[in-house]
Design a protein around this ligand. Structure first.
Ligand code: SF4
Ligand code: SF4
Length: 343
């Protein structure tokens, strides 16, 4: 039964890919934020607070209906920490009722056997946990040591796909941790991905020596995952080079904040900053072609994925994969949770 559900999700994904290849003017992926509050406080994160209330479910349902009307393929619930939302499961069920693929990005702390059962019942299809280190430290408590029990529950009970993301690059104290996390993910039957991070000034720091070896090993470990679709972007970033590509944020990818405003992504909030109920085909067409100056050194993999589907399409004003471009003027560090988010 669990295998059948995952197989059915794969079939729906292929249908989604066919749709985005055939039709240009709809979002492939939307991240929604029904809960800005988080139960953790990772020091690198600029995407949470410690006090906000959950967005009322009636309001979220209106978002979901609007996204379905825009032809959206995948809705991924992010945060803050979405498991803190008291009606999360009904939000997921609504996404499924409107025939969209449902995803969830969580820090995993609130997962229990019972909660995994209710996520199964809601129709969840994808879940991603980003794990930053093996032992908790002053930067992050998203640690394998703390979360391993939750991962075992997921391996035993989840009938949705699970991806574990680890990170490499500037500010990561023990690069070997990423390998330990990736191997554990595969051992438990999950896919694994690795995210790359800038240094604090937004500069690309090439991976060298052992870090580079770890990256290559992790890439092989996770090679079956859809997340490998951004291999070319990551290879350039690992080599300290920028990417020439056209970011389709605002068209193929939308970031919908807790106030119901559409933004390019978590790191470019305020652009275009239009309420979802007013967002339509003309906005999608405009943003599809808008140049984003932050694109050369962007590490937000979910937007790479949502943009790569149009690399073949005309008109294609792309400078794709010319890695000698200078870093973008508004490049800035990206929180680890954003580095390789669920498709
Ligand atoms: S990175 Fe995730 S878990 Fe950490 S504070 Fe931000 S939202 Fe919470
Ligand atoms: S940061 Fe990345 S995803 Fe966001 S608008 Fe810039 S290029 Fe696009």
């Amino acid at each position: 039964m669990r295998s059948w559900k995952k197989f059915r999700t794969s079939l729906r994904e292929w249908k989604m890919v066919t749709k985005v290849l055939l039709f240009q003017n709809h979002p492939m992926l939307v991240h929604i934020i029904p809960m800005r509050r988080c139960n953790l406080s990772c020091t690198y994160c600029n995407e949470f607070d410690d006090h906000s209330e959950p967005v009322p479910v009636e309001k979220i349902n209106r978002w979901i209906d609007r996204l379905a009307d825009l032809g959206t393929s995948i809705v991924t619930i992010s945060g803050g920490e979405p498991l803190m939302h008291p009606e999360l499961e009904s939000v997921i069920a609504r996404i499924r009722q409107r025939k969209m693929i449902s995803g969830l990005i969580t820090n995993g702390y609130l997962l229990s056997r019972k909660r995994i059962g209710s996520l199964n019942d809601s129709g969840l299809e994808h879940l991603q946990i980003s794990i930053d280190n093996v032992e908790p430290d002053e930067t992050s408590m998203k640690s394998l040591k703390v979360l391993d029990k939750k991962l075992r529950y997921l391996a035993e009970l989840a009938d949705f796909k699970v991806n574990i993301n680890s990170v490499l690059g500037s500010g990561v104290k023990n690069p070997e941790d990423a390998l330990v996390i990736g191997r554990r993910a595969v051992e438990l039957g999950f896919t694994c991905t690795v995210g790359l991070i800038h240094d604090g000034a937004g500069a690309l720091k090439p991976l060298a020596g052992r870090e580079r070896e770890i990256f290559l090993e992790l890439r092989d470990l996770g090679k079956k995952g859809y997340a490998r679709g951004n291999k070319y972007f990551q290879d350039n970033l690992v080599n300290g080079k920028s990417n020439g590509w056209r970011c389709r944020a605002g068209a193929r990818y939308l970031y919908l904040c807790e106030d119901g405003l559409v933004h390019y992504c978590s790191q470019q909030r305020g652009y275009p900053g239009i309420p979802l109920e007013d967002y339509g085909l003309e906005d999608i067409k405009r943003e599809y072609l808008t140049d984003k100056p932050c694109s050369p050194t962007c590490t937000i993999s979910c937007v790479h994925h949502a943009s790569i589907v149009d690399f073949w399409r005309s008109p294609q004003i792309l400078k794709a994969f010319q890695p000698d471009l200078p870093p973008g003027p508004s490049s800035k560090p990206v929180p680890m949770d954003d580095l390789l988010q669920l498709e």
